[in-house]
Design a protein. Structure first.
Lengths: 255, 435
């Protein structure tokens, strides 16, 4: 599904990713863990196509296509979804309008018929139930007045609505209490199938108790220094990142 | 190409011809007002950028034309139908080139008791009514108001009796233009609302043909005690035309005046909107929206005069500027010495879509009372890149994402409109302009 080969990315004159290699197949959940500054969010944002990230080497194929040949909306229509770490508020645009427009654009691109208002509403109501969201939130402006936790849950709600092929969750657990964590995790777990894949970017192991990964990668100083199974996460919890930072073969410590 | 002096002479000559055509009216007391007005026009001439109130609005292009009062006084039913608000019954009033057209005007039974007539008819049949109100409120402070006052003959008079509630909107459709001519329309309107009356008024402006026309309109409104007026002004003329609009409102006790000024068309538009809160417990809500591009110029000058205590005013103006367009906002709020317990809130926001678009904004608060709550805010910004990216990351194309965000910015000016079909109508106009 996703093949990241030797990826080098520069942000504001500074090289952040220094040769990342990652292969994700359908049906898999990969966790990317690392200390602050290791490049976790950079990886997530460069995959989504955010401005300000310069690819200086390597390549990424997504479902057989060169990802960097696609603009952000094309990547979304191909099936890539990024759950933002800091979702933005969009006053004046309701969640419903936003999602209906997005969903129909994706459907159109993929040769499916667009949903009319009635069909859309029915679909939307099903999904609000999965995440225990109040229906009134739907007519509110996107993320406006939402708490941090509500914004994160709204990201997973969008995930459920848009049903992408690859979901990249950028520190979805940050700022969440246990209850919110459970709801968000259950939203992701209900989404998981043999036809899609998930990349969970996280600093802490706790989330991985709920969203259990198939593979764990340790990203330090812009490179993946170790990969393993879900036990690796527990090992990290035990030993911390220092162990890997010291062993990283790149000059200059991560902050 | 005409120069300033030539243009001034043109209008002075036109006035002489106009006077000659008046047949007997020329001796009357009303005519004295006209003569005084043309004298003022001669004195003031058209405003230049040296005039403080016209500093950012250069009307030089307007002076290049010799606008004429044209003979076209009618439009087709299809042309009218196109401009109506769908899903809503309306009391329809039609003015073509500033002249009231009785055949095309259709009032509903609900308007029984309301006087709707041409200015010239009322001047002839009920001159006392005219002399009671005419030119008492709209002060002649520049050449345009002087000219309109001097040539005052056509336009509409609406007199709403006490306690009359008119359910559906009164829609005044103004069509200006005639193929191949540069038409001049100078309607003079007078609207008097009786005590306790309630009216919704839509004033829309449209062009006939593609030539440059000048609509120079003055409307005086007297809102009686306890009256309620919603006034929607929609300027949707062709982008060659000039639109100079002065609306002066006098508010009596407990009155509510809510108005929406929507400017979409025109090469140059100047709206002067003034309201005097002349007695206690009144409310004035002024909303404005302008969406312009190319080399359009829109100048909104407002004045809210808190002359008496315990009144409240709210003002929200928003602009979306693309191309090399230019916007001007000057919002004056006067709170006089005796106007204690005044609440006045003003907000003005502009979204610049291109680096050549420009806005000059000048909120002006003059507060002479000491027990008041006043606030004002101005914000000028661009489309938020993060928001655009967020929408794109969900599959919405870049152009559509920008359109969604611009529409969201513009549309909240209309949030308070309760009449759904009217709200829809305005949203559609915005949607069309933003395409």
């Amino acid at each position: 599904m996703l093949n990241v080969k030797d990826l080098f990315v520069r942000v504001e004159e500074k090289e952040i990713l220094k040769g990342v290699n990652l292969k994700v197949n359908a049906g898999e959940v990969h966790a990317i863990m690392g200390p602050n500054g290791s490049g976790k969010s950079t990886l997530a944002n460069v995959l989504a196509g955010k401005d300000g990230y310069e690819v200086t080497g390597g390549e990424v194929t997504f479902r057989g296509k060169d990802l960097f040949e696609l603009n952000p909306e094309e990547r979304a229509r191909e099936g890539l979804f990024l759950a933002f770490q800091y979702p933005v508020e969009i006053p004046g645009v309701s969640n419903a309008t936003f999602l209906k427009t997005a969903l129909n654009e994706i459907r159109k691109y993929n040769g499916l018929e667009e949903l009319d208002a009635r069909e859309f509403l029915k679909y939307l109501r099903e999904k609000t139930k999965i995440l225990g969201m109040d229906e009134s939130l739907i007519s509110r402006a996107v993320n406006q007045g939402f708490s941090g936790g509500e914004k994160k849950r709204n990201e997973i709600f969008q995930l459920q609505m848009l049903q992408p092929k690859l979901a990249v969750l950028d520190e979805t657990d940050s700022g969440l209490d246990i209850d919110a964590l459970k709801i968000v995790s259950s939203g992701v777990n209900t989404f998981r199938s043999k036809d899609n894949a998930v990349i969970v970017v996280t600093h802490y192991q706790r989330l991985l108790n709920y969203i259990v990964p198939d593979f764990v990668h340790v990203l330090v100083n812009g490179k993946i220094v170790k990969s393993g199974g879900k036990e690796l996460a527990l090992e990290l919890e035990d030993k911390g990142y220092d162990h890997w930072v010291k062993h990283s073969d790149t000059v200059g410590a991560a902050v | 190409m005409t120069d300033r002096t030539h243009t001034k002479e043109w209008y002075l000559e036109s006035f002489k011809a106009f006077e000659e055509g008046l047949n007997g009216q020329a001796g009357g007391s009303f005519h004295k007002i006209r003569k005084d007005a043309i004298k003022k026009f001669e004195e003031f001439d058209f405003p230049t950028i040296k005039n403080e109130e016209w500093k950012y609005t250069n009307i030089a292009n307007l002076l290049k034309y010799s606008f004429v009062k044209t003979g076209k006084t009618s439009v087709s039913l299809e042309e009218i139908e196109e401009k109506l608000i769908h899903g809503l019954p309306e009391n329809i009033i039609v003015l073509v080139n500033g002249v009231y057209n009785n055949e095309l005007t259709k009032l509903l039974p609900q308007a029984k008791g309301v006087t709707v007539d041409s200015f010239s008819n009322v001047l002839k049949n009920n001159p006392d009514f005219i002399s009671e109100y005419f030119s008492k409120y709209a002060k002649i402070e520049n050449g345009f108001v002087a000219l309109n006052t001097a040539f005052a003959q056509d336009g509409i008079v609406i007199n709403v009796p006490d306690n009359k509630i008119i359910e559906d909107p009164i829609h005044i459709l103004n069509f200006t233009g005639n193929d191949g001519e540069n038409a001049l329309a100078q309607p003079r309107n007078l609207i008097v609302l009786g005590k306790g009356s309630q009216v919704k008024l839509v004033e829309s402006y449209h062009s006939i043909g593609e030539s440059a026309n000048l609509t120079n309109v003055v409307t005086e409104i007297i809102s009686g005690e306890n009256s309620y007026l919603e006034l929607y002004k929609i300027q949707d003329e062709n982008t060659e035309s000039f639109h100079i609009n002065m609306t002066q409102v006098e508010q009596k006790k407990n009155s509510n005046f809510t108005t929406y000024t929507v400017s979409l068309g025109g090469a140059l538009t100047r709206n002067d909107l003034n309201t005097e809160l002349d007695d206690e417990n009144s409310q004035a809500n002024l909303y404005g929206l302008y969406i312009i591009d190319g080399s359009q110029h829109v100048d909104n000058h407002t004045l809210i005069d808190h002359a008496k205590p315990r009144c409240e005013s709210r003002e929200l103006y928003k602009g979306v500027l693309g191309g090399k367009s230019r916007g001007v906002f000057n919002g004056k709020v006067f709170v006089r010495k005796d106007a204690q317990k005044t609440n006045a809130y003003q907000s003005n926001k502009a979204m610049l879509l291109t680096k050549d678009a420009m806005i000059d904004t000048k909120p002006q608060l003059e507060i002479y009372a000491d027990d008041v709550k006043c606030s004002h805010g101005a914000a000028i910004g661009q489309l938020d890149d993060e928001s655009v990216f967020y929408l794109r990351s969900r599959g919405i194309g870049e152009e559509q994402a920008r359109a969604v965000l611009i529409r969201a910015f513009a549309n909240d000016v209309f949030d308070e409109i309760k009449l759904e079909p009217l709200h829809e109508h305005l949203n559609n106009l915005v949607f069309k302009k933003l395409k």
